[in-house]
Write a protein that binds this ligand. Sequence first.
Ligand SMILES: *Cc1c(COP(=O)(O)O)cnc(C)c1O
Length: 454
Amino acid sequence: MNGQKKIVLSESQIPAQWYNIMAEMPNKPMSILHPGTKQALKPEDLYPIFAEELARQELNQTDMWIDIPEEVREKYKIYRPSPLVRATGLEKALDTPAHIYFKNESVSPVGSHKLNSALAQAYYCKKEGLTNITTETGAGQWGTAMSFAAKVFGLELAVYMVKISYEQKPYRRSLMQTWGAQVVASPSMSTKAGRKILTDHPTYQGSLGTAISEAIELAMQTPDCKYTLGSVLNHVSLHQTVIGLEAEKQMEIAGEYPDIVIGCFGGGSNFSGISFPFMRHNINDGRKTRFIAAEPASCPKLTRGVFQYDFGDEAGYTPLLPMFTLGHNFAPAHIHAGGLRYHGAGTIVSQLMKDGIMEAVDIQQLDSFEAGVLFARTEGIVPAPESSHAIAAAVNEALKAKEEGVQKTILFNLSGHGLVDMTAYDQYFAGDLTNYVLSDGDIAKNVSVLEKII
Ligand SMILES: *Cc1c(COP(=O)(O)O)cnc(C)c1O
């Protein structure tokens, strides 16, 4: 089987269970705290907002394997198992002795890995008897995934889309509408939170924080309706482990085992998905694989943030999460990798980072585009600007292997394609994109206002 370009599994090889790394972590993530009482959160505390099964998964630190419902596996068959591809064109262009593999999550109908969790979340909401769900979307990828998933399971979805994206990314909105979602530019007049902001600042262009507040408010006020979220949370990372579980089988067929596993990093879901099933073997079997999260230099929570309790949203409505953060009031530069513009990291990944089980690198915007274009020209797929951060990190590792004259096996996750992001490529080719430099002083100022709970 060695030397194969593309390794494809059959539908029957879609994993039957997700892998819950919390059950095996040497140090479990610290408790999520209620923002008012500062007490550790219980699943019941999350029931008003999230589907109950998702709330239980969120805090489940004991069950290592969690069954994927048959109805979800059935829908995964639309695009799973996703192919594992040997990037021979890229290897040749880099003239590297490294073997580079990528897991191609861009084959999902919505163009990214996000559908892996959207389908699971929609299923549990439906099973619980809900009729409606709400969510927010920044760049639009999570909103598109949830739109399709809601349609598949017969739920009505309202998406609050950050106003500036609503206007600048009309095709993401069209996609959501095609799949039947109600898309509202946020801030909107449909919620108290939105009306207040519009009254105070009539021209406000919106933010993820505001959109989250609106989506939660609508869910709380609508009967049989709950809220869904596409990254950061533990249950989202859990669902994404189908990526790495499939990749593990595929690498075995290729006759290789990764020395390095790489994922781009927004809130951590696709990185967790590709990494955790391999990390298992570091934790249990003494494997020495390196795990690298590739984050944007303009939003470097893992490489330059602090480990601290912080809110998950800008407005400070969510529970307090123990995480690497730049501060919930941090406003990242408007880079094109919109999905990576998040101030914090999930609690699992933050603990793994703290314990030295994984590492992180930061990638400048121009380097990410250079790598993305090289990948498009050698492998044919135009990557999402987010995914290009993982490609840039893989290229750096492959060049290092060349310099050192050692064969390394590198696996990265191609989290999505960039076919709806061509404006970003246009701007790159026109020379209109820049790198962003963030001073230590800016970071220190932002995190200094956080409550010191640790
Ligand atoms: C949302 C998104 C990301 C970042 O989110 P994570 O939760 O960190 O994976 C990365 N790539 C693509 C294509 C996305 O849509």
